[in-house]
Design a protein around this ligand. Structure first.
Ligand SMILES: [Fe+2]
Ligand SMILES: [Fe+2]
Length: 169
């Protein structure tokens, strides 16, 4: 595997691990305001991010690359309200989408077709990720921090569980 590809894929491991770290921080914020369903949703979100990091790890190893882990930056600690926290999540997912698109461009430039095919899964995944988070942002905007509405969404989000995709290589 070419050095440039190895380097950018390693950077993405850091991005995915930071994503997990950020969602754990938001989870902790939700715990601090007594919203256990929101907290559960963020816990599952963090688990998915670890799964993403693992996919990049395996791909690099499988292609004969070397893993280099770097420092993960500190996530924010406080958010104004649940809407603010979900808006931050949406912004972050958009950032990740642009990272993935950039990786696809590098894979194309370097003619690394196996990496390009590997990245297709993430291109689709990001469409889903942004859509899921946007829907919750919309719901939160609708209720305008109304307590009853928050509890309804909290109950809804409490049922989310982590299921790793099965049709994976
Ligand atoms: Fe991710
Ligand atoms: Fe994500």
């Amino acid at each position: 595997m070419k050095k440039r590809i190895e380097e950018v894929l390693n950077q993405q491991i850091n991005e995915e691990l930071y994503s997990a770290y950020l969602y754990q921080a938001i989870r902790a914020y939700f715990e601090s305001i007594g919203l256990s369903g929101f907290s559960n949703w963020m816990k599952v979100q963090a688990e998915e991010e670890l799964f993403h990091a693992e996919k990049f790890f395996s791909h690099i190893v499988q292609r004969g690359g070397r893993i280099r882990l770097t420092a993960i930056k500190e996530p924010a600690f406080e958010w104004k309200n649940p809407l603010d926290a979900f808006k931050a999540s949406l912004e972050h997912e958009k950032h990740i989408t642009s990272c993935i698109h950039n990786l696809v461009s590098v894979a194309e430039e370097e003619k690394d077709y196996p990496s390009k095919t590997f990245l297709n899964w993430f291109v689709d995944e990001q469409v889903e990720e942004e859509d899921n988070v946007s829907k919750i942002v919309q719901e939160l905007e609708m209720i305008e921090n109304d307590g009853k509405g928050l509890l309804m969404i909290d109950r809804e989000l409490s049922s989310r569980t982590f299921t790793p995709p099965t049709n994976e290589e």
